[in-house]
Each structure stands twice: as C-alpha cells, then as structure tokens.
Design a protein around this ligand. Structure first.
Ligand code: PNS
Length: 159
C-alpha cells in the first residue's frame, strides 16, 4: 500500500491545494494531509478548525486521512511509514525553497522522498496568505478557495 503525505500549513486550504489533493489521491492508496501545528506562529484558523475544514472539503475524494503534526516532518514520515511527501510548485520562485527543504529532509533522513507536482496555471498565483489579505480588505475570494472555506472565514471574522 502506497501512503503519500501532503503536508502544509493550510491556513486556510485553497483551490490550489485542492488541485494538488485531487491529483495526488489518484496515485496514492492512502493520502495523508498533514497540517503543521506551529506554536511559534499565530494562525488565522486553529489546527482543529483547519482539520475540520479540510475533512469537509475533501469528503468523498478518495482514501484521505487528515492529521496534524508538530516538529520535524521527517519524524512524522518515519513514524507513519510514509512512502513520499508531495509538494506543489507554483512557479520558479517556489523552487529554491522547496529544493532546499527536500535536500535538508533527505540529509536528515536518507529514505525521504519528495515528489513535486506543478500547480495548474489557473491556480499558480494563489496562496493562503494572499487569500487572507484579499478577504480582510473585502475582496472577492470566490475562485480562490472552496465555498465552505468562505463560510468559515466569514464566521471567524464575525466572532
Ligand atoms: O504550506 P507550507 O507552509 O509551505 O508548508 C511547509 C511545511 C509544513 C511543509 C514545512 O514548513 C515543514 O515541513 N515544517 C515542519 C518542520 C520541519 O520539518 N522543518 C525542516 C524542513 S527542512
């Protein structure tokens, strides 16, 4: 059984992430979506909220498990028998950081395998941070995130 891990911050999950998930699930017997719990950053959504949202928007897409992790990615990979980590490349600007991470992860754990998928061009300009900024200033984020996520964002803002 091939278990792949798609890790990230997902604050919040975007249509770019959804594209990756839809494609990655096709070559995974099980796809684990790993939400990073980073206590040194103040996120818009808590880890629990992010997990809940991801579960809702990925329901019915295939064998997907949503989990959180903290600390080093390689430790999660080792503990959970992950075959490969999947990351998206939106543009050449992503490449340097991703290349550095993949190399560092392999240095820390020689069996670590990172697979890169190129984001569809329709989504290549989308990032969670820009989505939050556009939303905060009242811009339209309809084509950027799943509808459910917009509901969560509105609710969060009104609380
Ligand atoms: O969606 P993001 O924020 O680009 O995801 C980055 C993520 C979570 C994959 C990366 O920050 C990560 O793996 N963090 C865990 C800590 C770790 O292993 N750091 C060393 C990486 S070389």
């Amino acid at each position: 059984m091939r278990i792949n891990l798609y890790p990230g911050t997902f604050d919040p999950i975007t249509n770019g992430h959804m594209d990756m998930i839809n494609r990655a699930v096709k070559f995974s017997d099980k796809l684990v979506i790993g939400v990073l719990n980073n206590p040194s950053k103040v996120p818009f959504f808590s880890v629990e909220e992010r997990i809940e949202m991801i579960k809702e928007v990925t329901d019915g897409l295939g064998n997907i498990v949503v989990d959180s992790f903290s600390g080093l990615l390689i430790n999660y990979v080792k503990r959970n028998d992950i075959d490969a980590v999947i990351r998206g490349l939106r543009a050449t600007t992503d490449f340097e950081y991703e290349f550095q991470m993949a190399q560092m992860n392999r240095k820390l754990y020689s069996q670590m395998e990172t697979l890169f998928l190129m984001t569809k061009s329709d989504y290549s300009y989308i990032s969670s941070s820009l989505v939050k900024e556009v939303f905060m200033f009242g811009g339209n984020i309809e084509d950027l995130v799943p509808e459910k996520v917009i509901e969560y964002m509105k609710k969060k803002l009104n609380n």
